[in-house]
Design a protein around this ligand. Sequence first.
Ligand SMILES: [Zn+2]
Length: 328
Amino acid sequence: MLAFEDFRGQSAHIGQLKHDFSAHTFVHAYLISGPRGTGKKSVARLCTMAALCRGEGEKPCGQCGPCRRVLSDTHPDVHTIVQEKGKQTIGVGVLRDALAEVGVKSFEGTTKALIFPEAERMTPAAQNCLLKTLEEPPQDTVFFLITDQPGALLPTIVSRCRVIRFHPLSAEEAERRLIALGETPQAARRKARMAEGCVGQALEIDEERLQLLEELTGDVFSVHCPGDVLPVVNKYKDDKERQRQVMDLLECAVRDVLVAQAGGQTLEGSGYAPQAERYAKAAPLSGGLALSAQITKARMMMASNVAFASAFESVLMTISEEYAKWPW
Ligand SMILES: [Zn+2]
């Protein structure tokens, strides 16, 4: 079972949360914000378990009935509020139903928890409805509003919550966590970088994506002259599934090239092709910066419906132009 200690690197408030929920001195509403995959939901669950735990000693014990019911999502006093099937937003109807639960006595006679794993999905009407409840908070009920888009919540809601910010880990910390979770050192190093320190996201990266990263960086950083551009474009332009990943992966690769060029961690052992490692070593910083700027432009092109092939071509042309500027 995960413990509060596993998330210490991600928020300065972990120790306080553990104390407050174990001692039943928590406030009635928490806004937990931060990038996807940083452990926000896991920590909300740990807080809930600590509040409901009936075990002896350190809470949550993970063994008692209430702890086990929270872990298996079957605790009758813990409610997870999501949008209705087929809908994108959480409407006022869903929220009223959820809040009706708050008025009912808790099943196990202790705390009730309402968890919103994607609080930003609440419509303004739903948020206003929630606001009324937060203004007169019910006894023994705790709200967890979890989001990676805190700007989508009404300022009046935010001001009623204790705000807990979660951060990605450094690449090294994320690597250590992934190894502790059973990844091989090599996979951990690659995934930690690709997910920019968000461990939850790193765990979702599969072998196929790692292979694509190596193949793509091999192809892209082999474009030494304009004549090399088209074969690479043609290789990727017809596979819609791969196209979706190409710009993300390139962005990640160029970010790491820049870090290496600036004297930070090198690319060795990070899952990039040797051609990318050579580029990072040989090209001047201006080469990495030009590439980064062109990827941003290519993304804007794609957002305004320019075909993937043209956007990708513009990135490859930039690489060939950079190669032309210095001996390689
Ligand atoms: Zn317990």
